[in-house]
Design a protein around this ligand. Structure first.
Ligand code: ADP
Ligand code: ADP
Length: 229
């Protein structure tokens, strides 16, 4: 089954002005449930833009995107927010943890916001995740009390909190040393195998891309290849 499909997706900025620029030129792409894919390509090739479209932060200029079988063109803002909360998890290059809250609270936050109320199952899931990423002893620490690698572990746990079928990661290891990058990558790979979560990971690290099921390469806003690695 498909978790994600893009058909003839184009994205232009400053549409209708003299500086209109098309950044993505007709992207056809699909991702199966449980797939673990790298998104690679030179700087400026459109990776962030593509991730923003799939993450429902921006709409395509033309073409169709389906996530979990839903056609996003048919959804209003509230519908997009709901689909994002139900279907997607996010990991960023910089962890974006809330400084005033503990590791555990940070992991619970998206589910809390999405459901609008606290429940015990949510907390159990968050506690389990924090332990699973190796931070059982640091659950109540604030982000500033954690190392960069630990902060990114919390961010990975947070992305998984709502059991999303797809996690989007924009250079999740770009800010880490090689050893820590490997650990974070392995953690995502483990969740992929244990929970069947699909991942789409932007990375500049060929070693990490080679450890994915598949490399999707963007060059100048076009998909270059989607072959198995
Ligand atoms: P990558 O993530 O591969 O580095 P981006 O998606 O960030 O590529 O950028 C692709 C191209 O689109 C670049 O030329 C960038 O300057 C341009 N671009 C990205 N966002 C915008 C925007 N909001 N307005 C205008 N141009 C943009
Ligand atoms: P990265 O190097 O991580 O891909 P960038 O520095 O290219 O990030 O872009 C950072 C942010 O600025 C992104 O959200 C991107 O969409 C936006 N952006 C990039 N290029 C432009 C541009 N020419 N005009 C406006 N926004 C841009």
């Amino acid at each position: 089954t498909e978790i994600l499909s893009l058909k003839a997706v184009r994205k232009a900025y400053n549409v209708g002005t003299p500086i209109e620029t098309e950044v993505l030129h007709g992207i056809d792409l699909s991702l199966r449930a449980g797939e673990f894919a790298a998104l690679v390509g030179p700087s400026g090739s459109g990776k962030s833009t593509l991730l923003h479209l799939i993450g429902l932060l921006e709409r395509p200029t033309s073409g169709e995107i389906h996530i979990g079988g839903e056609r996003i063109g048919a959804l209003d803002e509230a519908g997009l927010t709901r689909l994002r909360g139900r279907s997607l998890g996010f990991v960023f290059q910089f962890h974006h943890l809330l400084p005033g809250f503990s590791a555990l609270e940070n992991v619970m936050m998206p589910s809390l916001i999405e459901r609008g109320r606290y429940d015990a199952a949510m907390r159990r899931r968050a506690e389990w995740l924090v332990a699973r990423v190796g931070l059982a002893g640091a659950m109540h620490k604030k982000p500033s009390e954690l190392s960069g690698g630990m902060q990114q572990r919390v961010a990975v746990a947070r992305a998984l909190a709502g059991n999303p079928p797809l996690v989007l990661a924009d250079e999740p290891t770009g800010n880490l040393d090689t050893h820590t990058a490997d650990e974070i990558f392995t953690l995502m790979r483990d969740f992929n195998r244990e929970e069947g979560t699909a991942f789409l990971i932007v990375t500049h690290d060929p070693r990490l891309a080679a450890r994915c099921d598949r490399s999707i390469e963007l060059v100048d806003g076009r998909l270059y290849a989607g072959q198995a690695t």
